[in-house]
Ligand binder design. Structure first.
Ligand code: TYD
Ligand code: MG
Length: 455
């Protein structure tokens, strides 16, 4: 057999090339190619015809009776809500988030809850010593929970230990980037190590029925563990979000083979760990006193729960001909560019010589497309220095034509706004009224500009 050729794997996108290059040919990142040993199995497979010699597999029809996945409620309602109603036995979950956001704290709390309910839980840390994890648990008031702790980084050692007794209901691996598998060469944290380690842990989950949770660091481009290599291996991908300077944290399912991805879990980071926030609708509103220009309140919907958020815009005129900056925190920058373009092309406003900043208050990340009109209102208000009324919520999706489109579940959103004391709503045409809130209809973005600028 020929000597396996070495290959070069881009640590950012996972693409493989046969020789080293300074820049990855696929994702154009610089200095991301790292030499890794070729996987023997793929060379073997390429040389052999795979027809014949295997075992027959059982084929079943679509209509055969399927059992619902067996779920273990973690006892933390916001966590269960985000994953669709409890931890599925034998499933693999990836929890990603920025360093220091609270992933270890969350999983220690989930583990402690499950363990206290009588389910065996093993928490393996590759980043902290068992003593450090224990001290944290004591600080969280969970010192009595029967969680088994270990500090380890060798996947073989971990799986050997797991194989010795009854497999745990939950195995937490904190974090997958610190793990290494001796089946493959390379330092921990490289794409092939992360992938190989995860593969073995996921196989353990499927074979032994333990739920395995992999904690993953988020890289600078926002993806978990660099490339998306882990996301397709696991059943559920959760992202733990928030600003470290703010108290609130959101657990969001990005992918879920066992449930929807629309519900979020909301937590507050406090002195004694994460506490649940069952009613988050008013969390992301700042203190509302006198109306100030450049802000608008949008009633977002997260799964079945409305969450009102304040959108803030700042428009700074530039004297020189320098290229103005556009930045969005908590909202999609591409969508900001689109709303700006529509305001310019359809409403005759000019942002060309101005820097534009958009911020969603409280570290909240807004993904709801119904926020376009509220963003436009904040921008027009910032540009004209005329406030949107303080008792007003704004909702509507903006089309490239400047038309304002309806938003799903407007009634639910408006009811919550009324409950929180808002008295008026700027909405697309055709929205049904809700008690306690006066509606103003905007069929077109031009109407919004007239309303704010008083033209
Ligand atoms: P941690 O769970 O270690 O984050 P991650 O695993 O995502 O890196 O959380 C670290 C932060 O959480 C730390 O900066 C302090 C804060 N924290 C609290 O505010 N209260 C607490 O009870 C705990 C345990 C942590
Ligand atoms: Mg941690």
């Amino acid at each position: 057999m020929a000597k396996p050729k070495s290959r070069y794997v881009c640590q950012a996108c996972g693409s493989v090339s046969s020789r080293w290059q300074g820049q990855c040919g696929d994702c154009s990142e610089w200095n991301t190619l790292v030499q890794e040993g070729a996987a023997v199995s793929s060379i073997f497979a390429a040389k052999h015809n795979l027809q014949g010699g295997g075992r027959s597999i059982a084929l079943v029809g679509l209509d055969s009776p399927a059992a619902l996945p067996e779920r273990l409620p973690s006892g933390i309602a916001e966590f269960d809500r985000a994953i669709g109603g409890g931890i599925v036995r034998g499933s693999a979950m990836l929890v990603g988030g920025d360093p220091g956001i609270g992933k270890s704290t969350l999983l220690l709390q989930v583990g402690a809850h499950l363990a206290s309910a009588g389910h065996p839980v093993v928490y393996v840390s590759g980043e902290e010593s068992a003593e450090q994890v224990r001290l944290r648990a004591v600080r969280l008031g969970l010192g009595q929970a029967p969680v088994q702790l270990a500090a380890a980084t060798s996947v073989r050692d971990i799986l050997t230990t797991m194989g010795e007794g009854e497999p745990p209901a939950l195995l937490v691996i904190d974090s997958i980037q610190t793990m290494h598998s001796d089946l493959i060469e390379g330092a921990p944290g490289t794409v092939s190590q992360v992938r190989a380690s995860a593969q073995e842990l996921v196989r353990f989950a499927k074979e032994r029925g333990s739920a395995v949770v992999l904690v993953g660091h988020v890289t600078k481009d926002g993806s978990i563990a660099g490339p998306r290599v882990l996301e397709h291996m696991v059943d559920t991908v959760l992202s733990f979000e928030g600003e470290r300077s703010h108290q609130y944290r959101i657990l969001r399912a990005m992918k879920n083979r066992f449930g929807g991805t629309d519900e979020i879990g909301v937590f507050a980071m406090e002195g004694a760990g994460l506490s649940e926030v069952p009613n988050p609708s008013a969390l992301f509103l700042t203190q509302r006193g006198e109306a100030v220009s450049g802000t608008a309140v949008f009633p977002a919907l997260e799964g079945s729960r409305p969450v009102l958020v304040e959108i803030q815009a700042l428009v700074v005129r530039l004297a020189s001909g320098a290229t103005p900056r556009r930045a969005a925190v908590g909202w999609d920058a591409g969508r900001l560019a689109m709303v700006l373009a529509v305001l310019e092309a359809r409403c005759g406003l000019s942002f060309a010589t101005a820097e534009v900043y958009l911020n969603v208050a409280g570290g909240y990340r807004l993904t709801d497309p119904g926020a376009d009109l509220a963003v436009a209102a904040a921008l027009v208000s910032a540009l004209s220095e005329r406030p949107v009324p303080g008792d007003c919520v704004v909702l509507g999706e903006v089309a490239l034509s400047g038309e304002v489109r309806p938003v799903a579940h407007a009634g639910l959103r408006l009811k919550e706004a009324a409950k929180l004391g808002f008295e008026t709503a700027w909405v697309p045409a055709g929205v049904k009224g809700v008690e306690g809130i006066a509606l103003a209809e905007f069929g077109n973005l031009r109407r919004l500009v007239e309303q704010i600028m008083g033209r």
